[in-house]
Write a protein that binds this ligand. Structure first.
Ligand code: ADP
Ligand code: MG
Length: 256
């Protein structure tokens, strides 16, 4: 079951509802306007993101790059509604995240969003299969087990379905995390350095997998990465420099 957020409030006068309809019609998956994030640190106020503006179209593959500490993970959390901005607005699939309460954002995430964390964040007490089943069960899917098993097979781990995270290598855990993120067929997948902790060969497999799932399901990909191979696969590269965002041409994979 999918709540039809794109109809807005029905009043026809709420400007954010109008924007939502336009975003949907124009195939805009993510719209960010004048986004800012500050936190209070022990050393006083810290500005993490300043005046960030961009749009991402449905099905686009976008890399977010920048030095360590430039605000990449913070931005990803704000786009996914895991964190709230200090200023500015984020629309996801035409929905103004700032207009939703915590439950509303959780529902939107469950319906629309997959998230691959840098540290995998699998539940240690659940098997690989159960980890992938969890979001499907939370979404009330009757055949969660079958769907989860198919996703594990898709990432090459059908034979490891009953293994617990501690019994899997880092690359295998990352593949389980990707299977889980794609469970429920999200419109947009956020991944924070999905190849950051993997050797080159395993990282390459993960990259292939993400882009195969993007092609098959039309999933919008927003990938934080230091990996030049991964960035070169993307349509667009957004670069953060000390909390300010600019767009740069995607790198070419081959010379010429
Ligand atoms: N909740 C927080 N409190 C204090 N500082 C934070 C908080 N979250 C992030 N930071 C700081 O903000 C900066 C950007 O963090 P982050 O978004 O994790 O960067 P990146 O992912 O690009 O390495 C870093 O200097 C980090 O230490
Ligand atoms: Mg980070």
């Amino acid at each position: 079951m999918r709540v039809d957020h794109e109809q807005g409030t029905g009043s026809g006068v709420d400007p954010s509802a109008r924007l939502a309809v336009n975003d949907s019609a124009n195939n805009i998956m993510i719209r960010v306007e004048d986004l800012g994030k500050q936190v209070v640190s022990p050393e006083g106020p810290l500005v993490i993101l300043t005046a960030v503006d961009f749009r991402i179209g449905r099905g686009e593959r976008v890399a977010v790059v920048g030095a360590s500490g430039s605000g990449k993970s913070t931005l990803l959390g704000l786009l996914a509604g895991l964190d709230a901005p200090s200023s500015g607005r984020v629309w996801l699939a035409g929905v103004d995240l700032g207009a939703l309460d915590e439950d509303g954002r959780a529902l939107l995430r469950a319906e629309r969003v997959g998230f691959v964390f840098q540290s995998f964040q699998l539940l240690p007490g659940l098997t690989a299969l159960e980890n992938v089943m969890l979001p499907l069960e939370l979404a009330g899917q009757a055949d969660a087990r079958r769907q989860a098993f198919e996703l594990l097979e898709r990432v090459g781990l059908g034979a490891r379905a009953r293994h617990y995270p501690a019994q899997l290598s880092g690359g295998e855990q990352q593949r389980v995390a990707i299977a889980r993120a794609f469970a429920g067929n999200p419109d947009v997948l956020f991944a924070d350095e999905p190849t950051g902790n993997l050797d080159q060969k395993t990282g390459h497999r993960i990259v292939e997998l993400l882009f195969a799932l993007n092609r098959e399901q039309g999933t919008t990909l927003v990938l934080v990465t230091h990996d030049t191979e991964l960035a070169a696969y993307c349509d667009r590269v957004l670069e953060l420099d000390d909390g300010r965002l600019s767009e740069r041409p995607p790198a070419r994979t081959a010379g010429g």
